[in-house]
Design a protein around this ligand. Structure first.
Ligand code: PEP
Length: 263
């Protein structure tokens, strides 16, 4: 269902009216985790000023340590919905458990499947039945074929509104949090018809790498990028070191303006 063999034209997926697909460079940005109404609104306003048209933000956070901030849950979803009402930005947010799909879908415009759940088949099937666009991150140790097959699990349940996201893979390299597999973008676009975006924040894990990796994503023909933004990253409860701040966002807007997307 997701292969280009039977569907030669590349698809466009619309999220609350915002297109992601060939010829777009859709910016999705916002806080890694929803912490407070003020922090989420400020991050959204910063993102929107830089040209972002979709708001990201985690209310359910899959963390390595069970002692780390796990997200606000439904209270975080409510904050996202309030910020959408205030800014007009449709919301992309992660769901980590098949039992929560209905709840998250009440508040979200796009359901995100994170890297750790990329082969959680029950969850993939549940979002396939939710009738809402899905952002499917690549498993950190997943091959491109496994990633496309994960998308197939969603598609098989009747949902073809799927956007793939390359977010870096696990390699021997320790200088970066993950290794951005930039070649995965054109490979996945040639094998499948789904839009492919890049997450330069979670790949590098470092603020100073986010803009260079964004340039790489645009140059290689990604259909969009998803970025972490925080008004005060030094106090962030999750992934502060990779969050963009105001000055970076002005530079981001310039890069996106000046580098036209590959079609
Ligand atoms: C995220 O985008 O909030 C996230 C946790 O990303 P990943 O699943 O790619 O680590």
């Amino acid at each position: 269902l997701v292969s280009r063999e039977n569907h030669p034209e590349r698809s466009v997926v619309r999220v609350g009216g915002v297109p992601i697909g060939p010829g777009t460079m859709t910016l999705i940005a916002g806080p890694c985790a929803v912490e407070t109404p003020e922090q989420t609104l400020q991050a959204a306003q910063m993102a929107r000023a830089a040209g972002a048209t979709l708001l990201r933000g985690g209310a359910f956070k899959p963390r390595t340590s069970p002692y780390a901030f796990q997200g606000l849950g439904e209270a975080g979803l409510k904050i996202l919905a309030d910020v959408r009402a205030e800014t007009g930005m449709p919301v992309v947010t992660e769901v980590v458990d098949a039992h929560d799909v209905e709840l998250v879908a009440e508040y979200a415009d796009m359901l995100q499947i994170g890297t750790r759940n990329a082969q959680n088949f029950a969850l993939l099937q549940a979002v396939g039945e939710a009738g809402m666009p899905v952002l499917l991150k690549r498993g950190m140790s997943g091959t491109i074929e496994e990633w496309l097959m994960a998308a197939e699990y969603i598609a098989q349940r009747g949902n073809l509104d799927i956007v793939l996201c390359e977010r870096g893979i696990r390699t021997f390299e320790k200088a970066t949090r993950n290794t951005l597999d930039i070649s995965a973008v054109p490979v996945a676009q040639r094998l499948g018809h789904l839009p492919v975006i890049v997450d330069p924040s979670h790949s590098g894990g470092r603020r100073d790498l986010v803009l260079p990796l964004t340039r790489a994503a645009i140059a290689v023909g990604a259909d969009g990028v998803i970025l972490d933004v925080h008004p005060h990253p030094e106090t962030a409860l999750c992934d502060g070191p990779q969050a963009l701040v105001d000055g970076d966002l002005r530079e981001l807007a310039r890069i996106v303006r000046e580098l036209p997307p590959l079609v």
